[in-house]
Design a protein around this ligand. Structure first.
Ligand SMILES: *Cc1c(COP(=O)(O)O)cnc(C)c1O
Length: 384
């Protein structure tokens, strides 16, 4: 059990403790308001997130996967994407990225990861483009912005729609500006999806998500689609869904959003500590970019040659760890035999990552002192 370890991977109770009073007050405010879906709390939260990421439109929704699904389905409904269109996505990602793509009837084209960032390798995108390519979905994996000059050039020259999976990177800043002037992940491209699953850097106490976009038409379509396809009361322009954000989660998220700098700074401090202190010859720590704010360290992912042994040593030392992700989407049984995730381009980096990655405790529930202790314990591990 994780909570029997001296250094838990992510102790949610400890994470929430500093904000517990504010979270309780927010909950009571909603109970007493008599309004439990939508309303002023949701509108205020949407406004606050919009000003954080500098996007003109934000729509609170039920979770991160729904945020992605709504964006892609809305693009199809307003005629800017069509089922069968190809969309470029990273092979090294969480399954939700891919589920949203196949849910909309789009064809995912998987591109390998970059050795240094573990994100989509932007230098491989050009050669993956075909006459059917209409969109690209960068995933800011492990909290690091996947955005550079090369990507912007490719997107502009092929007129691609850019949908960001920003589930892991709220608050990250890109050194290269986005298409509409913002440098915040989730607002770099045309539309971005956010997840507020409890373990994300900004977490609800339950499921929640959001869509941010620079496109008024898309915003209206997403809002309608998430509310039974209704553009006004009892008038349904789409065969929609119910993917709304609960008022209580919006109120809780306003608290968490107000403290986002505390969470992301604590993660940065822990990541820096690991980078400075881990010196085991076979534990490869992630690279830092010169531009320090491009990662919010959702995960601190090291690579080791013998992962089973490393996990065993971590457990013996009382250190919690996790693996993101041992089985990449294209190897998941749900896609076996479907032909949907055939790999037209080799993905050696993704395959190596799936064998070698281990995530260490990095959230604000771990102190820098504990991170230093973890680093020193790891340095004492024998050869892997
Ligand atoms: C968490 C996550 C999602 C899905 O978000 P949920 O709120 O859990 O539905 C999508 N993509 C990535 C990369 C994620 O980490």
């Amino acid at each position: 059990m994780a909570d029997e370890l001296k250094y838990p991977f992510l102790d949610m109770e400890r994470l929430n403790a500093p904000l517990a009073d504010e979270l309780r007050q927010a909950t009571l405010r909603v109970i007493d308001s008599g309004r439990y879906v939508g309303g002023a709390e949701v509108e205020a939260f949407e406004h606050e997130l919009a000003s954080l990421v500098r996007a003109p439109y934000v729509i609170g929704v039920s979770n991160g996967l729904d945020a992605l699904r709504l964006i892609l389905r809305a693009y199809c409904l307003i005629g800017r994407l069509a089922p069968g269109d190809e969309i470029i996505i990273p092979a090294n990602t969480y399954i939700a990225t891919v589920l949203a793509v196949t849910d909309a009837g789009l064809r995912p084209v998987l591109v390998d990861a970059d050795e240094h960032t573990m994100n989509l390798d932007t230098s491989l995108v050009e050669q993956a483009i075909t006459p059917r390519t209409r969109a690209i979905m960068p995933v800011h994996l492990y909290g690091r912005a996947c955005w550079d000059k090369k990507l912007v050039e490719t997107v502009r020259s092929h007129n691609l729609i850019v949908v960001e999976d920003n589930a892991q990177a709220i608050g990250a800043k890109s050194p290269v500006r986005g298409l509409f002037g913002s440098d915040m992940t989730g607002a770099l491209g045309h539309a971005g999806a956010f997840s507020f699953y409890p373990t994300k850097n900004v977490g609800a106490l339950g499921d929640a998500g959001a869509v941010a976009t620079h496109d008024a038409e898309l915003a209206a379509a997403v809002r309608a689609l998430a509310n039974y396809g209704s553009d006004r009361r009892y008038h349904n322009i789409y065969q929609g869904f119910n993917c709304r954000l609960d008022t209580i989660q919006a109120a809780l998220l306003r608290v968490r959003l107000a403290h986002i700098q505390d969470e992301n700074s604590a993660r940065f401090a822990n990541a820096s500590c690991y980078r400075n202190e881990i010196h085991h010859p076979q534990v490869r720590v992630p690279e830092f970019s010169v531009y320090l704010y491009d990662s919010v360290w959702h995960q601190f992912v090291v690579r080791v040659p013998d992962r089973d042994r490393f996990m065993q040593l971590l457990a013996q030392a009382g250190i919690g760890a996790d693996i993101h992700y041992a089985t990449p989407p294209h190897q998941q049984p749900c896609y076996a035999g479907t032909g949907l995730l055939d790999i037209p381009h080799p993905i050696p980096v993704t395959e190596a990552l799936a064998r070698e990655v281990v995530s260490l405790p990095v959230s604000s529930a771990t102190t820098v002192r504990e991170a230093a202790e973890i680093a020193h314990l790891i340095n004492d591990f024998p050869t892997l």
